[in-house]
Write a protein that binds this ligand. Structure first.
Ligand SMILES: [Ca+2]
Ligand SMILES: [Ca+2]
Length: 432
């Protein structure tokens, strides 16, 4: 008997908590493709056993990256809502601070690319040059505006040359606060009947600490206030730096899972500034991941760190990153899968037109085959559709055994009995 990995009505909840130790062993099974995630979520130990909880996925998540940013100007309530309407499980607000210490959603604290600030004569004198994480930038910065001032601005499309259709929404939407994103989550969860997740990212944490606008405390306080700072909350907090995640875990009582984001080169800015020699690559080794897993629960690697792309633009076999992370008890949510030719590997492009959509489906499938726990996408509808077709191609035998799509259907059917035997052995071992 065969069933699909998940049905149309499935959703993010329940987000059971499992202990770090349990997560390590259970995710190990998932990573070798023997057990469906739903099968491992069942026996959830009491939250009190968990020093730091781990979300358990019932299916690989689709995370609306900056909202449905392929379809609306990014980081607006309208972009987030559309992502959820398209089926995204989780919305992603990036957070920066205003002058008066309010958390707002922008990818950068420099906002000339994503708002109409440069056209506002009343703010002409705010234009300035600053050094942010070692890079000199000229423009307008959120930390020089009060929330009331920022609220007079309107969002615009960041990359109009690739997303000309989105420019029709320029000038219509506000810069949202984190509080508004939390309220939107509540409303959309109620309206859709799905427990919608949020995965805020704290931007430039060392920089904001340096100007007296540390954001971590406010993030935790706002989650507390919304009753979302607990093990079952559909929330994860992300950062490209290490120290603020350690602070969140060790000093600030963040109870929600923490996600360390990694780039394929260079090192976290706090390491750069503080003289720590470890690069992102060092942190992504099996050893580095084990060390990270003492404080964080997931990694968000740049997509080619999971599925590399060859010089000729073809997809390569996955690296060992997902396996190594799962062995350390870490979930893996790579970024960013985008449908436009501009962002796709050459082998998946549909034409020379950078704005035209190519074959993102194959890219999503490659990541799901690699065993990731979720993907960040600017095009949530296409990602959800790809996940659905992937699930259809990857039948889950009723015993909870996941067939490996690489090996084909015949083998999957033939292997079912063997895998069932293996699963029973593993279950027995787990009980012992
Ligand atoms: Ca982000
Ligand atoms: Ca801080």
């Amino acid at each position: 008997m065969v069933r699909r990995r998940f049905a149309a009505g499935d959703h993010l909840t329940p987000m059971n908590t499992i202990t770090r130790t349990a997560a390590t062993s259970l995710l190990g099974l998932v990573s070798v493709g023997l057990v469906a995630p739903s099968a491992v979520a069942a026996p959830a130990p009491a939250p009190s056993e968990s020093e730091h909880p781990v979300l358990t996925a019932e299916k690989p998540w689709v995370i609306g990256h900056r909202g449905a940013s392929g379809h609306r100007p990014e980081h607006t309530l309208e972009a987030y809502e559309l992502a959820v309407r398209m089926g995204a499980d989780i919305m992603e607000p990036d957070l920066v601070s205003t002058k008066d210490g309010v958390l707002v959603a922008r990818h950068e604290n420099e906002i000339s690319g994503t708002t109409d600030v440069a056209d506002r004569p009343e703010f002409a004198d705010r234009k300035t040059t600053k050094t942010i994480d070692g890079a000199e930038l000229t423009g307008w910065f959120t930390e020089d505006f009060t929330l009331a001032e920022l609220k007079t601005l309107r969002a615009k499309e960041r990359i109009p040359e690739v997303r000309p259709g989105n420019t029709q929404y320029d000038g219509l939407y506000e810069v949202p606060t984190f509080a508004e994103v939390i309220e939107l989550r509540e409303r959309l969860s109620a309206e859709t009947g799905r427990e919608i997740g949020i995965i805020p990212e704290i931007k430039h944490p060392s920089y904001f600490d340096g100007i007296g606008l540390s954001m971590e405390e406010s993030v935790v306080a706002q989650l507390e206030e919304a009753d979302l700072n607990h093990a079952d909350a559909p929330v994860m907090i992300q950062s490209f730096e290490v120290q603020n995640l350690l602070d969140l875990n060790r000093n600030l009582d963040a109870e929600v899972p923490l996600v360390f984001l990694a780039w394929y080169e260079g090192k976290p800015w706090d390491h750069e500034a503080g003289g720590d020699p470890r690069t992102y690559a060092d942190l992504m080794t099996a050893e580095g991941l084990q060390e990270l897993s003492k404080d964080v629960d997931a990694i968000g690697p740049e997509a080619t760190m999971v599925v590399p792309v060859a010089e000729d633009g073809t997809l390569q076999e996955p690296t060992s990153l997902v396996q190594d992370a799962h062995a350390a008890g870490l979930l893996v949510t790579p970024y960013t899968l985008r449908a436009e030719n501009n962002f796709l590997p050459a082998s998946l492009q549909s034409s020379e037109d950078p704005a035209e959509h190519g074959d993102m489906t194959t890219l999503v499938h490659a990541h799901l085959d690699a065993g990731v726990d979720g993907v960040f996408s600017d095009h949530p509808a296409a990602a959800v559709e790809a996940r659905t077709s992937w699930a259809g191609e990857n039948p889950v035998i009723d015993t909870g055994v996941q067939a490996d799509s690489h090996r084909g259907q015949a083998l999957a059917a033939g292997a079912a009995l063997l895998l069932t035997g293996s699963l029973l052995v593993r279950r027995t071992a787990r009980r012992a």
